[in-house]
Ligand binder design. Structure first.
Ligand SMILES: Nc1ncnc2c1ncn2[C@@H]1O[C@H](COP(=O)(O)OP(=O)(O)OP(=O)(O)O)[C@@H](O)[C@H]1O
Length: 273
């Protein structure tokens, strides 16, 4: 398999592996015996209908939830064997929801994610402030650095959460619906920034997303969960195809093409496909 970085998967060390992973929600089987390896330079979109298990998978891949079967490895080591601070330097998780219990500046909120890099008394160093500034600049948030996070709009707060995850400077980023609350312009800006972020080291990004068209455009690969134990993994355009997406979402989708653009859209009732 080749990624956008142009490096053969076989010659690179794996960032993240799922080995015989089985996920359940109560009695419901979400994912069964899933084995896959994620490599640097790859941007994976996790897609699937509501309740299919995207958040459950992201949380499990981050090592914050135990799978019903199988296990996860980061850099070839079982995730449950990693010391917490060392793991936090290797992988960052942006959860689906973030709650602000108290007011603080945007810069301070982003700086909180430098905790895995702090040493001694735990005071941040110039390098930590520089990393926070880079993350804010990357997401076009520099002008908001001194604003109280409680005064931000939902979309601005979402971008701050993404900046905080970038500031952690981990080579593996797990982002649960990073585009929620964002308008199209900001969705595209964020995805463009993530593509550049991925190629810089290179890093690996796994993000969940409901917009199949943005995923087809920006992700190198896709993991489509059907929510019944079945998952499809591969090149984004192959996996997010009309046939597989129609099956996963339980609604017929068609691919329309115009002037080099492609879009998956719900089929009109009664229209020929
Ligand atoms: N603690 C829990 N106990 C029982 N069921 C749970 C629990 N947490 C999640 N679930 C169920 O697990 C299933 C998968 O949830 P999950 O949040 O992973 O789905 P998702 O694909 O991220 O959904 P969405 O697109 O709506 O965000 C859902 O049916 C949910 O109700």
């Amino acid at each position: 398999m080749k990624s956008l970085s142009g490096i053969d998967a076989g010659t690179r060390p794996a960032s993240l592996s799922a080995l015989h992973l089985t996920l359940r929600a109560g009695e419901r089987l979400l994912l069964e015996d899933f084995t896959h390896t994620f490599y640097p330079g790859e941007i994976w979109c996790v897609a699937g209908p509501n309740g299919a298990g995207k958040t459950t998978l992201m949380t499990t891949l981050a090592g914050l939830a135990r799978p019903a079967g199988g296990h996860v490895e980061v850099d070839g080591e079982r995730i449950d064997a990693w010391p917490g601070a060392a793991l936090a330097r290797r992988r960052a998780l942006m959860p689906q929801h973030s709650h602000d219990a108290f007011g603080a500046s945007v810069l301070d909120i982003v700086l909180l994610n430098r905790f895995p890099h702090l040493t001694g008394w735990g005071w941040e160093r110039p390098a930590d402030r520089a990393a926070a500034q880079v993350a804010l600049d990357t997401l076009g948030l520099a002008a908001l650095a001194s604003r109280d996070v409680l005064s931000l709009s939902g979309g601005e707060r979402q971008r701050v959460a993404l900046a905080a995850a970038l500031c952690q400077d981990a080579p593996l980023l797990l982002l649960d619906e990073p585009l929620a609350f964002l308008d199209w312009h900001h969705q595209i800006d964020c995805l463009t920034a993530l593509v550049q972020w991925t190629h810089a080291l290179p890093r690996t990004i796994v993000f969940s997303c409901h917009d199949l068209n943005l995923a087809r455009r920006f992700a190198t690969h896709a993991l489509l969960l059907e929510g019944n134990g079945v998952a499809h993994a591969g090149a984004a355009r192959d996996v997010l195809s009309p046939a597989l997406a129609s099956r996963a979402f339980g609604y017929p989708l068609v691919l329309i093409e115009q002037g080099g653009h492609e879009a998956l859209v719900p089929a009109l009732p009664g229209a020929s496909r």
